[in-house]
Ligand binder design. Structure first.
Ligand code: GLN
Length: 277
């Protein structure tokens, strides 16, 4: 089978399965299997696939049709122009979260100390340290398996010991420590919404996505404890979903001022908090 044929077949299968991003998904899968850049699928479209590649393509296509996200099939995801290794133990980094990194790069003073809570694949911490090597970056996660992936990613992208990783339920491992900047993309989806979500999302770790109390609980726990770990004039930057009103309330109760930025879909997405003096 030629590349052109394999591509057309895969696109067709994905179209029939109502996969919205059928063209992109087919190109990503095929380029991954052939270990080539996507543009080569066009340049080399008359080349034949090996027997092994055809078997792989069939297997991967079936998995995608069942709803498995491309990132779990290829084991890769690009975030902030960095290629990360991804497994089912970590959330697939989203483009919206790149805005959180932009803000962290902007707000962090030179040589300051930063903590990324619930680092998952390490996406935020690694993107930040790569663009701001002056910062001292700590990252934690409650999941050992996630930390293994994050450490591996940090090692291959930045070199060993570039980020300080800790197994920790939010702030637990950091008693007595202060940070100039605390970042988090916490779980914030309401478990009650699970029925209305795309089937792709059910492949991702539940504890990275869903929180109690309508999705508010982890955000509440972070904001209620942050004071003890924030240095004077420090910032707390948190990704949110439907928490626009909740964030205003909890900030008022805990004496924080907050500004909320919208994402490219015009939805409130990133909350920047600072303690009132
Ligand atoms: N933004 C993700 C989604 O809606 C959720 C990520 C999260 O809970 N932190 O798919």
């Amino acid at each position: 089978m030629k590349i052109s044929e394999a591509l057309a077949n895969t696109i067709n299968t994905f179209k029939n399965a109502n996969i919205e991003s059928y063209g992109l998904d087919a190109r990503v899968l095929l380029a991954h299997i052939l270990n080539i850049e996507q543009y080569r699928l066009i340049l080399d479209n008359q080349k034949d696939l090996s027997e092994k590649d055809i078997i792989k393509l069939n297997d991967f296509t079936k998995r995608r049709v069942k709803g498995e996200p491309i990132a779990y099939i290829t084991g890769k995801k690009e975030f902030y122009s960095i290629e990360l290794d991804i497994t089912k133990d970590v959330l697939i980094p989203r483009p919206e979260t790149e805005q959180l990194v932009d803000l962290a790069i902007f707000y962090a003073r030179k040589h300051s100390t930063v903590l990324d809570i619930g680092t998952g694949s390490g996406a935020i911490a690694i993107a930040l340290k790569k663009n701001r090597p002056d910062l001292i970056v700590y990252a934690c996660d409650i999941s050992y398996k996630a930390l293994e992936i994050a450490k591996k990613n940090a090692g291959s992208i930045l070199g060993d010991n570039s980020i300080y990783f800790f197994k920790s339920d939010l702030f637990h491992a950091f008693k007595g420590k202060k940070f100039n900047l605390i970042l988090s993309n916490p779980p914030y989806l309401d478990i009650a919404s699970i029925g209305s979500l795309q089937k792709e999302i059910l492949f991702e770790p539940k504890n990275a996505l869903f929180a109690d109390a309508h999705g508010n609980e982890t955000i509440r726990r972070i904001i209620c404890r942050a004071d003890e770990f924030l240095s004077n004039n420090g910032f707390l930057i948190i990704e949110i979903g439907d928490q626009y009103n909740f964030i205003q309330e909890i900030c008022a109760q805990n004496n924080y001022s907050v500004s909320i930025l919208k994402d490219y879909a015009n939805l409130p997405r990133i909350a920047v908090l600072q303690k009132n003096k």
